[in-house]
Design a protein around this ligand. Sequence first.
Ligand code: HEM
Length: 499
Amino acid sequence: MLAMSFLNDLYSSVNVVPFVAAVVGLLFLYWYQRPKNFPPGPRGIPLLGTIPFTGKYVERAAAKWSKQIYGPVMALRLGRDDVIVLNNLDSINKALVKQHTTFSGRPRNAFIEDVVKGGIVFVEGNFWKSQRKFGLLTLRGLGVGKKSMEEYVATEASYFNEAVRSENGKGFDISTLLHKAISNNICSVIFGKRYEYDDKEFEVILNRFVHVFDDPLSAAAARMVAFSPYFKKIPPFSFAQYKFLKNSAITAKFVKDIVQEHRDSYDQGNLRDFMDAFLKEQQAGGSEDFSDEQLLHYISELFIAGTETTSSTLNWALICLLHYPETQRNLRKEINRVIGAYGKVCMYHKPNMPYTNAFIQELMRYRTLAPLSVPHKTTESSELNGYFIPKGTTILPNLWAVHNDPDYWNEPDKFKPERFLDNDGQFVSSNHVIPFSVGPRHCLGEQLARTEIFIFLISLLQKFDILPDPDAKELPDINGATGGLACVPNPYRVSAKEL
Ligand code: HEM
């Protein structure tokens, strides 16, 4: 009996082994497959792709692999999908500028699908075109890029400087203050309101939602769910999705209350802000694109996109000043020469300040705020650098790689504003510095951000010497970012000594 059962087992195992081997082989073939003439790049391991191998900074891993092995247009398997990473300026221009009609879509992955239901950042096609046109015209109409917006930013900068002064030269957390001040600029544009720096409700909203950019765990979970949707229901990834949805609901409630206030006091003859301009489109009733839900999403996205980005850039500026004190001396020399110790800081001073322009350009190169930009998607099959790119492919423009290409930049890992000054000390603008991306889908808030960075930085340095926190053992970390979706510095403190 025993011998019979052994033989039976052996017989069935002989059948099972080739079957399992065939299934594994087929799965492997399926995993290995890519379209003909697809860009080259690593596949990683089944289900996860290269996610376990990229480390915290995907852009740096992609830039290294592209230089060493695959070339500027490379594929990277993230989860179960291949994305295409563009690692130099030429390929980014070819895609986002020359073939912008094909490369201006946005991917809808499992994470975005649940979280984003409209707005401007993740929509595409004719809907995106109409919302983008409306956004550009409205921002311009509200004075962005003009004197009126500049005046507003300058007033907020003076409130900010007052708050800095009240610290009396002690070490303090300047980044939280900057966050609130910069957020006030976008709040004034979108719903005509600014908040006191000690407003608790505002603080809760900022902490809950805007910090999504700098929370490494949420970012890692978002990446996992986006590229490997099977993780969507598994903790801890499911918690991140839940947290994101909960925070979205809180922001939506905050925005909804403001919408109601606007509806109650709306006057067509006196459009106060972005929200009023949207309500006007709604009342004209010409298009379904201007729904109540879309208003909530559009406003929430401008609020988020307009806060962490610019405040983090300014935080990096202050950290660079601490690490390179001679740059602070050079900036102040220029401020004294062009504006004076008491003059009002205005955008018309900027063209006469070559060192300041060089500092800001180097800042945006050295610490690329959105290292992989915002993902694009091909809306048709196309060709790039001789490779076939199928319709629906996710495209990641690696802005960090453009800003750190060792074949283009001398010592890219050093902060050197002088690289943008010619022999006569004049500023040399570079088309290799593209923090706002390029093409028709580039950052909608570029002009506002540039105005804020100039006015806030120069007004602060006109009044204060920015010094290390006397109680800190070492200078703030200039290399490590929090590892979230954007390049956000770790918490730090400074002391500001009044001049
Ligand atoms: C230093 C500050 C900022 C940086 C570095 C930055 C960077 C970027 C980048 C790289 C993109 C992606 C562009 C693309 O998809 O090709 C983007 C998109 C966008 N940004 Fe900014 N941004 C900044 C500030 C702002 C501000 C202040 C606003 C508020 C108005 C804003 C609103 C947007 C919007 C709405 C989009 C989506 C545009 C679209 O999809 O059509 N950004 N930004």
